[in-house]
Ligand binder design. Sequence first.
Ligand SMILES: NC(=O)c1ccc[n+]([C@@H]2O[C@H](COP(=O)([O-])OP(=O)(O)OC[C@H]3O[C@@H](n4cnc5c(N)ncnc54)[C@H](O)[C@@H]3O)[C@@H](O)[C@H]2O)c1
Ligand SMILES: O=C(O)CC[C@@H](O)C(=O)O
Length: 534
Amino acid sequence: MFRVLVTDEVDQEGVVLLTAEPALQVDELPTLPKDELLRRIGEYDAIVGRSATRISAELLKAGGKLKVVGRAGVGVDNIELDVATSLGIAIINAPAGNTVAVAELFFGTVIGLLRQLHTAAAAMGDGRWDRAKFMGRELKGKTLGIVGLGRIGSEVAARAHAFGMTVVAYDPYIADERFAALRVRRAPSLDALLAETNVLTLHVPLTDETRGMIGKRELARLPARSVVVNLARGGVIEEAALQAALETDQLRGAVLDVFTVEPLAPDSPLRNIPNLVLTPHLGANTVEAQRNVSRDVCVAVRDALLHNDLSRSINVSGATGEWSELQSAMLLTRRAAAVARAVLADQGMRAVRRVALRVSPDLAHGTGAMLAAAAAGVLEGVIETDRLNLINARSLAEARGLELSVAETTELGSGRALEVSLSGGMQQLAVAGVAPEGGTPRLTRIGSFHVDVNPRQTLLVLTNHDVPGVIGRVGTLLGERGVNIAEYHQARLAQGGDALAAVSVDGTVSEETRKALLELSDVRSASIVHFRNE
Ligand SMILES: NC(=O)c1ccc[n+]([C@@H]2O[C@H](COP(=O)([O-])OP(=O)(O)OC[C@H]3O[C@@H](n4cnc5c(N)ncnc54)[C@H](O)[C@@H]3O)[C@@H](O)[C@H]2O)c1
Ligand SMILES: O=C(O)CC[C@@H](O)C(=O)O
């Protein structure tokens, strides 16, 4: 049974998908004060919320059972991502569901500002009939400057054409083809964009690069009497600089839906600027958007908890396509790495320095997730495993100085083949296998020895002299100790030379049995690999 805390008034459309699951116990609570949430978070396996709840490092650390944080929305700037990743907590957002809501709010607020709708409506409420005072401006013929041509920026651009605007955008991370498809002219720099913009709109995430990207200097580059709109995140625009530009009439007006500190203080000076339209972070506040994001995030949180499906987790990198299709490859990668680590450890090499993964072209789409699986295989049994998973394995490995690399190769053949090679000092061992989609993964090579065995439950890897009777002696010893053999694959390089046995057995094998195996004549080494259940 997993316990899920749903907070911040996440729409019911998604919440019912969680409550319908017998294996999930869902508590719906309003946005909790920080200290109360901190006290209660330890009870939960997952938390689902919107932007009102800050997922701080302190909260993540206090969430001893926490596996998933779901964000019903796009922005994850309220979540300490690095800390979540290092703790192995999946972060899942709902990136697309509120795009249209924000794009529509842009036009609603800008037209409202240009036509002074909010003051005209207030004047009507006061019993007045002022027409001359409310002379407006049109969008037609104006140049819209978009910073950030992602989902929302693109929807704004598409609608701006219908208003007869010229659309220019600055986004160094978007390809020319996308600009062309959207009929948007690319500005070579932010400064170039600002110089020709009448209506500036920001649709970037809050990052180290975008924090404060529009300040006094940038506002001064806009043509006189331009309009500035921020529906993205507080902090992208310097509020004091914006206030000054509005108060000196350098700008015609501005719209802010987001603020450096939310909620905006009741006595904030921003509240008293007549040509500034303020909304209380309403970008995503439509019935449609809230349904969309709630459904998207709740489905993904459910699948992460119940089916270990991390494909929607933004802190597991490098897997495109169906997660289920990669399951067998990730499992085999992790187990191949664990086999290589155990065998090398028994040969005296405990400190792995390099992990090199090679995959056949038909697995190239999953290399990021598979590399994480390889790192997890190397680390399990070496570090505390409760928290080790595909989310934190790479960062934990890198923090221990392991070099991780991945390459696509045709040398392994096709048929979803992979090889994990571990090295350190002068020693190196490669373990290879094949992972049919939906089928049983098989190890096909350990070092130079060709084997064919399913790495399930426990694998014994024995090396011996290729002489008659060894298989019988090993089988008898294991039988006497109640160890049931599922598969026994004996491989040798040349008759009478070195041989290796890969023996898949049920249950676990004790250290004492390993020592007894080592005492059998002609057995040179014996490694036991207990695979974790995943
Ligand atoms: N007001 C609201 O309620 C509300 C609702 C939804 C989203 N948002 C905000 O809007 C932002 C954008 O949402 P989206 O869905 O379009 O995200 P997105 O990821 O699809 O688009 C963001 C774009 O910004 C670009 N970008 C990043 N850094 C940049 C930089 N330094 N200069 C120029 N461009 C840069 C990226 O390349 C990307 O194309 C979100 O990050 C969120 O903070 C606000
Ligand atoms: O309504 C909210 O939770 C804010 C949503 C919005 O800012 C987002 O990033 O998706």
